[in-house]
Write a protein that binds this ligand. Structure first.
Ligand code: BGC
Length: 683
């Protein structure tokens, strides 16, 4: 990963000189946007306007239609499902090139709020229910974007984990949970990823709206040493003095906002110190220096060369395959053997229409999309395999769904006469979107019935689930193979064909638990009561909560099958480790199958007896390995010191409890065949 260069004394001194050249009005003017997507320029100090652009699954730019198209990446859930930091960093570099092509300096992503509930409207836009995985994938994303000289934005700081009443909801969360869960990915993006921008969220936390929150000053700026810009979410700033005194730096969008003349007056009246304004301007100028918007200062990184169109498509295709999670594969149904395959029925509402992204500010307009039907036709036609298609069921868009009996009958008949059936079920960007939470995990319309009908007529039925976040799969034991494609980005269909035909392995592992029954989901809804949303489950979120209740999900966190098999043989870790030190666990495993493969080796920690309350189990580290058939490899899994610490609410600081932790290793939270003990000693 590329560390973000610090400003250095020469640049700091220069910025101080520039700030001193500006009077109060000119300084304050810089702190509100000039338009919806731009900041003000200030020729007196050689500052040009900077352009901010939405992401995170592409760079929209200021024009948002087919006149200026954008590469459409797989949904962030799919990126996290790769568990592959080097691939995500490459995607970040692509985003930097996209940003430069679209004249953007700041990309408004990644989103590192946690998937507290599967129904969260922006679940598809977040990375994971686990803070460590969110932080590592998010930091790799930041590293890639910023290596191209474009600022990445860690958003939305903090506890913006659902959408109901999103502008006003006041999240009530205890100090320890905030630190160990919701702040952790932001800490990793700032400290490890070196993010240059953080976005303050719409919601409040414990009584303060985030644009006025004390959490902006501490831990963000003080404890973590964040030297970048805190930008408000769009129209999130509601006050002049409280937000200016808090550590918010930039009000967006402009040109109107609550700062301007009111802030000048507040400074003159002594109600906001001018030093606070200077600090904000300094940060803005440092950001400008980093992205190349300050005359006479070299940007932190040169602009990347624009990639060739073919390279973009190839990378997006590889990324979609790497994020696809094969959750079930009975009797080696996949990869589809093409011997004796004459006709394949490709069925379902998401087969012919590519659902490549979720809705809201994340949306981009790609120059082309490859639907599952297009992708499978292109791959199967040269092999002489006929592809037939039926809609089967509709996703209701209006009030009255159309009668579908005939469509269901037709789909079942096509499936019966085919050698294999691929049913592509899912949602749309109207169902999974910013702005509201989903009401249920059920697939909309009669899609479940469609799968039952097809599976009953064709035993070789593969279901592709084309959603950004978890849905219920009540038929999961009736079909031999299920592949989660997420909202796979513009190359979805080609990637799907690569995976189904075994040209590429399905590389993904679940970054979030897929529940079987809604009643078992630890936190299903996020419905505020009297304006407050209480995170009453505390530190027991996602798989940590499932492990505690013992309820069995449809598919556990970390789960995902490849096309080979693995045998986990041995784990070694240091018997003792000093508090505050990282450790490395070495996991020996063998590719016991007949194909080359890639495995995500996961290490978890638990502690049976402890003086503090703990999750039943928590992810401590992971590593990706590749091996040929029969080959034995050692995965080196780094467990950072932060995985062994806990937040003390008495001392208000991180502490490490000396004593024994159990370290387990395996392929998902529910499949950890190896264990060893690690004793932490006081340093
Ligand atoms: C969203 C942000 C987005 C901004 C600008 C807000 O409504 O919450 O994620 O970056 O709009 O579009």
């Amino acid at each position: 990963m590329i560390p973000s260069p610090g400003p250095g004394p020469a640049l700091e001194a220069r910025i101080d000189t520039l700030v001193a050249r500006l009077d109060l009005e000119r300084k304050v003017r810089l702190l509100t946007g000039a338009s919806a997507w731009t900041t003000h320029d200030e020729p007196a100090v050689g500052l040009r306007a900077m352009v901010l652009s939405d992401g995170p699954a592409g760079v929209r730019g200021q024009v948002e239609d087919e006149r200026s198209t954008s590469a459409n990446l797989p949904s962030p859930t799919a990126l996290a499902a790769t568990w592959d930091e080097s691939l995500v960093e490459r995607l970040g570099r692509l985003l930097a090139a996209e940003a430069r092509r679209k004249h953007a300096d700041v990309l408004l992503g990644p989103t590192v709020n946690l998937q507290r509930t599967p129904l969260g409207g922006r679940h598809f836009e977040c990375l994971s229910e686990d803070p460590l995985l969110s932080g590592r994938i998010g930091a790799a994303y930041v590293g890639g974007v910023q290596a191209g000289g474009v600022a990445a934005t860690a958003k939305h700081y903090v506890a913006n984990d659902s959408e109901t009443d999103r502008f006003t909801v006041d999240v009530r969360v205890d100090e320890r949970t905030l630190r160990e869960l919701y702040l952790t990915p932001f800490e990793q993006l700032v400290r490890d990823g070196g993010a240059w921008v953080v976005m303050a969220a719409y919601n409040g936390v414990n009584g303060s709206t985030m644009t006025e929150s004390p959490l902006l000053a501490d831990p963000l700026k003080r404890e973590w040493g964040f030297d970048g810009v805190v930008v408000s979410d769009w129209s999130a700033t509601r006050s002049t003095e409280a937000s200016a005194r808090a550590a918010l730096d930039l009000v967006m969008p402009g040109p109107q906002g609550p700062w301007d003349g009111e802030l000048v007056a507040a400074v003159r009246a002594g109600r906001v110190p001018e030093a606070a304004v200077d600090d904000k301007v300094r940060r803005l100028l440092l950001l400008a220096a980093r992205v190349g918007a300050l005359e006479g200062v070299d940007p932190a990184a040169p602009a990347p060369d624009p990639p060739a169109a073919g390279d973009v498509a190839a990378l997006l295709r590889a990324a979609a395959a790497a994020g696809s999670v094969l959750v079930r594969n009975q009797a080696a149904t996949l990869p589809l053997a093409t011997d004796g395959l004459h006709r394949v029925a490709v069925i379902g509402p998401n087969a012919a229409v590519a659902r490549t992204q979720g809705g809201g500010s994340v949306r981009v307009t790609p120059d082309h999309v490859v639907s599952p039907l297009d992708g499978l036709r292109a791959a199967l036609a040269p092999l002489g395999v006929e592809v037939v298609h039926a809609l089967g069921a509709r996703i209701p868009a209006g009030i009255e769904p159309l009668p579908e009996d005939e469509e269901l009958d037709h789909a079942a008949a096509l499936a019966r006469d085919a050698d294999a059936a691929v049913v592509v079920v899912g949602t749309t960007d109207e169902i999974e979107s910013e702005g509201f939470d989903r009401a249920s995990m059920a697939l909309p319309g009669r899609q479940d019935e469609l799968v039952h009908r097809v599976a009953a007529t064709n035993p070789r039925t593969v279901v592709v689930v084309n959603t950004g976040s978890p849905v219920s799969l009540p038929w999961r034991d009736e079909v031999p193979a299920i592949l989660l494609s997420w909202f796979g980005g513009q190359e979805l269909g080609n990637a799907l064909a690569d995976v189904l035909l075994g040209r590429v392995e399905p590389g993904g592992r679940l970054p979030t638990t897929w529940g079987a029954r809604e009643q078992d989901v630890p936190v299903l809804h996020a419905r505020p009561v009297a304006g407050r949303l209480r995170y009453g489950e505390g530190i027991h979120v996602g798989y940590r909560a499932w492990a505690r209740t013992g309820a069995v999900p449809a598919f556990p966190f970390g789960h995902g099958l490849g096309y080979t098999t693995w045998s986990y043989e041995h784990v070694v870790a240091p018997a003792t480790v000093a508090a505050g030190e990282d450790l490395v666990a070495r996991v020996r495993l063998r590719n016991s199958g007949r194909r080359a493969g890639r495995e995500v080796v996961q290490a978890y920690l638990s502690r049976a007896s402890s003086a503090v309350e703990r999750p039943a189990v928590w992810l401590a580290g992971f590593a990706v390995v590749d091996a040929q058939p029969g080959e034995t490899v050692i995965a080196e899994v780094r467990v950072p010191a932060r995985a062994l610490r806990h937040w003390s609410v008495d001392a208000h600081r991180w502490e490490v409890e000396p004593g024994g932790f159990e370290l387990t290793a395996g392929r998902s939270v529910a499949d950890r065949p190896l264990a060893t003990d690690v004793t932490v000693v006081a340093s």
